[in-house]
Ligand binder design. Structure first.
Ligand code: ZN
Length: 412
């Protein structure tokens, strides 16, 4: 099947995940979608193809003769789209031989501007796919699925024709709910027998990323004392005002808007409160493990200091802090498997591209899987500007990624 047709078919399914849902997958539509690529994998000739009750899709292209004991390699993408923006019935706009200029998104009149998305310059002359402005595109991560299925199709064809591109077992996995941080939760590492794998979920085709944030959520809860404001002197404790003091005690320059590269931050993602109670929810991020621990310590100290300032003590706390770990930097795992990165870099160079490894300012399914024992760096997809109406991708980009996957799978 042609890449454009396959991609358009995938994005015609609405697969938005839902943080508020307790089921897996979080939305039934993902289960519905998963059947489609699962069926394709079967038709292509993969074995052990299944979609389990949680919507995880697996399959395996068996090794060519004599290569059964080669390291089994895996490729993983996610089926859901981000809940940040509508993913209902995307209406893609297609520009063959894109001329490199600004593009009007017909559904809203919004403009996809070269000045705001400089990657567009590099996409001139290609077949560009954008949204119509009313939804996101779903290139994140259906470009990844398109590239993986296409690579498997090419490989299976060469196996059948006896063209003899030798390879070991190749595993494929499509996960639900990556965008709400649950993609790795029920990933079956007993079934998916790869020794190492790659998520295909980045941007630039030549990307191979293996550093991500260490991440935690920190929740401050403040208990106030509410009385009638007319008779409040010396009695009232306004929880919202106390919470505001905590906010101003955090370093002002260490926020997402003030940092880049490997700089970490504290990010206030939610605040709510009245006189009697208030809650502040922060996410804490840092690539460096020690700096990350230091940040958590800093918050713990703040909680102790402000608790006593507000008149609480250890038996009767007015300010409490709960820290929940989210994910860790995969670097500590990947460092031990340099050959996994080398293999990707050679595969990228074979396509005439320069491999690029930027630290990811977020997490990936691969980070979780790496810590679960499956080393799993992240490859590009050819798509850009994810999670919103300006999302775009090119057919040529996805095609290049599918060849990079093929190169990785067949490397000596
Ligand atoms: Zn993604």
């Amino acid at each position: 099947m042609k890449i454009l047709d396959r991609f358009l078919k995938y994005v015609s399914f609405t697969t938005t995940s839902d943080e508020a849902s307790n089921t897996c997958p979080s939305t039934a539509q993902q289960l519905e979608f998963g059947k489609y690529p699962a069926e394709e994998l079967k038709e292509i000739g993969l074995l052990r193809v299944k979609i389990d009750e949680h919507g995880y899709v697996y399959g395996m292209l068996p090794a060519t003769a004599g290569h059964e004991s080669d390291d089994a390699i895996g490729f993983i993408s996610h089926m859901d789209t981000a809940p940040d923006f509508s993913g209902v019935n995307p209406k893609p706009q297609i520009f063959e031989n894109y001329d490199g200029s600004d593009i009007v998104l017909q559904g809203t009149g919004d403009v996809l501007k070269v000045s705001e998305f400089p990657d567009l310059v590099t996409l001139k002359g290609r077949t560009l796919i954008t949204t119509d402005g009313t939804t996101l595109l779903g290139s994140d991560d259906k470009s990844g699925i398109t590239a993986i299925v296409t690579a498997m199709e090419l490989l299976a064809e060469s196996d059948r024709n006896g063209e003899g591109i030798p390879h070991g077992d190749i595993w494929v996995g499509f996960t639900p709910d990556e965008e709400i941080g649950r993609g790795a939760d029920l990933f079956d590492l007993q079934y998916f027998k790869a020794k190492f794998a790659y998520t295909v979920d980045g941007s630039y085709e030549g990307e191979v990323a293996y550093e991500n944030f260490n991440a935690a959520t920190a929740i401050f809860k403040v208990r106030g004392k509410s009385v009638h404001p007319g008779n409040a002197k010396g009695i009232m404790k306004n929880a919202s005002l106390m919470a505001a003091e905590i906010i101003t005690a955090l370093p002002k320059n260490e926020t997402p808007a003030m940092t880049e590269g490997r700089e970490g931050f504290y990010h206030l993602i939610d605040m709510r409160g009245d006189v009697s109670s208030a809650t502040l929810t922060y996410i804490v991020r840092d690539h460096d493990r020690q700096m990350f621990e230091k940040r958590l310590k800093y918050l713990e100290n703040l909680a102790v200091i402000f608790n006593s300032k507000f008149g609480g003590n250890s038996e009767d706390a007015i300010l409490s802090l709960e820290i929940k770990p989210s994910y860790s930097n995969m670097l500590q795992v990947i460092e031990q498997y340099p050959q996994v990165l080398e293999r990707a870099r050679r595969a990228i160079q074979k396509e005439g591209l320069e491999p690029v490894s930027n630290p990811v300012r977020g997490g990936t399914d691969g980070a979780r899987l790496s810590l679960m024992g499956l080393p799993c760096p992240n490859l590009g997809t050819g798509g850009y500007a994810y999670h919103g109406p300006f999302e775009h991708v090119t057919v040529e980009g996805i095609e290049t990624v599918s060849r990079i996957i093929l190169n990785i799978a067949t490397a000596e």
